[in-house]
Structures are given as structure tokens and as C-alpha cells.
Design a binder for this molecule. Structure first.
Ligand code: ADP
Ligand code: MG
Length: 398
């Protein structure tokens, strides 16, 4: 897992494994955000506008609000920043408000209340022309059902946004050909969408979005309709694009493993609200509540949790021996190193040993017994906030 590049002026730099942030706030730290969303509401239904301001309603569940008012509060008081160059995932079950939220970002759905900025510009104050430009060139959307024009060739589908912009035929076809190569469809430019597999059609959708060179790509469950293996391919495609171009992405999914695989940060939604916002590691290692804990219960923790979180202080003599791993290394890799060498490994940053992980620490992570600690100092016996791991203290106290 990677964090957003720290330097927004170098968006093409591959995002290196780095320490997860320990804060769990709406704001990101890397430079000026692309999107900045504060207290955003979308309420559907009669007199929707009165719901966000009504304190007798804001504390209620979505079902209670519906019962009282006949309104559906699809997005409720949501705040977050999308940092430049990050893959920001919005995850939640069907009906949790994900599509409504991502459509609010470009006002395909008009928010009911709150503020919304892109690059510091007030999206809610944009006139029609400015909005059109936002959707066409700054924030391109990739949809679940591709949205391709069936009678046009792949090339003309990919070039569609450029055509709308008024780009000349030769230029836009050349640009389309470039995008078709980029998404791995070389040679298929003359086909029609109906002559392509689902995965290939979604690659066309992706190429079409990329063709306008948008500042941010918005994906609404783009791979949900695809077979698992193809889906995996597409996820890797997104990761590759992100790594090579550093493009900012907002990615909606209901699939936790997809979210963990591609997200730099994940906003987990329930009932229109963000219940937790953090790195994959933060969400898996320190779920905000029972709902999130339940959600991440079956995650292979060793593939998400880093040795920085798993380590304990080095004892006398340990700091000088053992294989050295970077703090962002996932536990799965450390297991391999420990299994090979038969001894602990060191967690080293800038030549300094931060701590060590040994068999016991690694097993505790796999077993889900590691307390939420990033320092590994005193084992947090009995301080597990959720209290769900009754034996956590014993095992961690190695
Ligand atoms: N146009 C609409 N009118 C009324 N209710 C809507 C509308 N669009 C979505 N909703 C409701 O808002 C909630 C969130 O929907 P949606 O954003 O589509 O969720 P998700 O994308 O997470 O599945 C659901 O209860 C849905 O029924
Ligand atoms: Mg949806």
C-alpha cells in the first residue's frame, strides 16, 4: 500500500511505500487538495433543503429521517479532501450513498447543503459553461456500464470528448490511438463496442476518460460488472496508470479487497455518512467501530499491516543483527524474511533501527491479536479499545 506522493509538484514519481499517516482526519497533508468537500449533504424528496439545517433530524438514522420527512438523506454531512496524486476510494455497501456523493462532485447531482471546491474554486458557484468545462476536461468519469456509443468505432468513442472540445479530426484520432495503446487495446481501434469483451469495453471507457487528460478521474464502480480475473487486470491497470502518471483518482467500490488494493486512503460510508476515513492499514488495524471491524474481519491482515505497526523495541544486541526492512514493508514480506533467516528482522529507516519484528509479533498480526500500536513499546494489554480481542495482551506481551 502506498501513501499519496508527498510532493505534489512531482506527480509522476512512483509512490514509494511510506509510513501510513497516524491521523484519521478529513484533511490530507500533501499540498493543496484537488477536491475539498465540507459538510456536504444530498437529500432527495419534498422540501429536502430543510433537512440538513434541522437539528432535530440530523441526529437520526436515514430510516428515521425518511419516516419523519419522506426524504432520503443519501449523503449526510460528509467532509474530506482528495489530495493531488492520490487514489481516494469511497467504499460502502449498496445504497450507502457512494454514487450520489461522486456525482455531487461535478454537480451531476446538485448538493443540498455544504461546500465543495476543486483547486480552490467554488464548484457550487460555477455557471453552466464552467460546469461543462469541469465535467469535460477537469474531472472525467468512468461508469460501471461503460456508456459507449454502440455505432461508433473504438477510436471514435475514445476521441468523443476531444471532438466535443472541437479538436480537429487528425489530431484527435492520433490522440485516441495513443490512449488505445496505453490501455492495451492496440489494433482494436476499428472495432465497435459490441465486438469487444466487457473488460475491453471498460478499457475503452478508461481510454475515453484519459483522452481529455483530466486532472482527476472519477470511477463509479467501473469494474463491478466484470469477471474476477478481468477485474483484477483492470485494477492493475489503474494502479499502473496511477504509478506512471500520478493521476488523481476518486474510485467508488463496494468491494473491500478492491478498495484495499488500489486505495491510498479509503472513506468507508454507511447510510450516507463516512464512518471512517484512513489508509487501508489504519482501517484494517484500527477500525473506528464495530461496523468497520465487522467489515474488515476477513482481510488478510499480513498483506495490509506494515512492520512499522507490528514491531517492538529492539533489545540489547538485536539492533545490530537481522535483515533490514523498510517501515512500510507489509508483514507478509517480513514473514518470508523471518522464515528464511530464522531470526528477527529489523525495521530500518534512514539507517536507524526503529524496532524489530520476530515470530511472535508476526503471528500476532496474522491472528488479529496485535493491539493498535505503532510504536510497539509496551504491549497494550487490556487497552484494546474495542475489547474484542480478549487474548490480545497475552500474545502481544512477548
Ligand atoms: N434520484 C433519487 N431519488 C431518490 N432517492 C435516491 C435517488 N438516487 C439515489 N437515491 C437513494 O439514495 C441512497 C443512496 O443511493 P446511491 O448513492 O445510489 O448509493 P450507492 O451508490 O452507494 O449504492 C439510496 O437509498 C437510494 O435509494
Ligand atoms: Mg452506486
Amino acid at each position: 500500500m502506498t501513501a499519496a506522493p508527498a510532493n505534489p509538484s512531482a506527480p509522476s514519481a512512483p509512490s514509494a511505500p511510506s509510513a501510513p499517516s497516524e491521523t484519521d482526519t478529513a484533511t490530507s497533508k500533501a499540498g493543496d487538495p484537488v477536491f475539498s468537500v465540507r459538510n456536504l449533504w444530498k437529500v432527495f424528496g419534498p422540501k429536502a433543503g430543510r433537512v440538513p439545517g434541522d437539528t432535530s433530524l440530523t441526529g437520526l438514522s436515514a430510516a428515521e429521517v425518511r419516516e419523519r420527512t419522506g426524504c432520503t438523506a443519501a449523503v449526510r454531512d460528509v467532509s474530506f479532501d482528495v489530495a493531488r496524486g492520490e487514489v481516494f476510494v469511497v467504499m460502502g455497501l449498496s445504497g450507502s450513498g457512494k454514487s450520489t456523493l461522486v456525482r455531487c462532485l461535478t454537480r451531476l447531482i446538485e448538493p443540498t447543503a455544504g461546500t465543495l471546491h476543486i483547486d480552490g474554486e467554488d464548484v457550487l458557484a460555477m455557471d453552466r459553461a464552467r460546469l461543462r468545462e469541469l465535467r469535460r476536461t477537469r474531472a472525467a468519469m468512468v461508469f460501471q456500464h461503460f456508456g459507449l456509443l454502440p455505432h461508433r468505432t473504438v477510436t471514435d468513442n475514445v476521441a468523443y470528448g476531444l471532438e466535443i472540445q472541437g479538436m480537429g479530426r487528425a489530431e484527435r484520432r492520433a490522440r485516441a490511438a495513443e490512449m488505445i495503446d496505453k490501455v492495451g487495446l492496440t489494433g482494436l481501434g476499428g472495432r465497435r463496442p459490441g465486438q469487444l469483451s466487457g473488460g475491453q469495453q471498460q478499457r475503452v471507457g478508461l481510454a475515453r476518460a484519459l483522452a481529455v487528460d483530466p486532472e482527476v478521474l472519477l470511477f463509479d464502480e467501473p469494474f463491478s460488472a466484470l469477471d474476477p480475473l478481468i477485474r483484477r487486470d483492470m485494477q492493475e491497470e489503474v494502479i499502473r496508470l496511477h504509478r506512471e502518471e500520478g493521476r488523481t483518482m476518486v474510485f467508488i467500490t463496494h468491494d473491500l479487497s478492491e478498495a484495499l488494493r488500489i486505495g491510498d486512503r479509503i472513506a468507508l460510508m454507511r447510510d450516507g455518512e463516512i464512518v471512517q476515513l484512513g489508509t487501508p492499514e489504519e482501517i484494517v488495524a484500527a477500525p473506528a467501530d464495530d461496523y468497520v471491524r465487522d467489515f474488515v474481519r476477513d482481510v488478510p491482515r499480513e498483506q495490509v499491516i506494515s512492520v512499522r505497526r507490528a514491531m517492538r523495541p529492539a533489545l540489547a544486541g538485536e539492533a545490530g543483527t537481522g535483515v533490514a526492512l523498510a517501515p512500510g514493508t507489509v508483514v507478509a514480506e517480513a514473514i518470508e524474511a523471518v522464515a528464511r533467516s530464522g531470526e528477527h528482522v529489523r525495521v530500518v529507516e534512514d539507517g536507524r533501527t526503529l524496532g524489530v519484528v520476530d515470530h511472535a509479533r508476526l503471528l500476532a498480526v496474522v491472528a488479529g491479536l496485535d493491539p493498535d500500536t505503532d510504536t510497539g513499546t509496551e504491549p497494550d494489554a487490556g487497552t484494546d479499545p474495542g475489547g474484542s480481542h480478549t487474548t490480545g495482551g497475552e500474545v502481544a506481551a512477548v
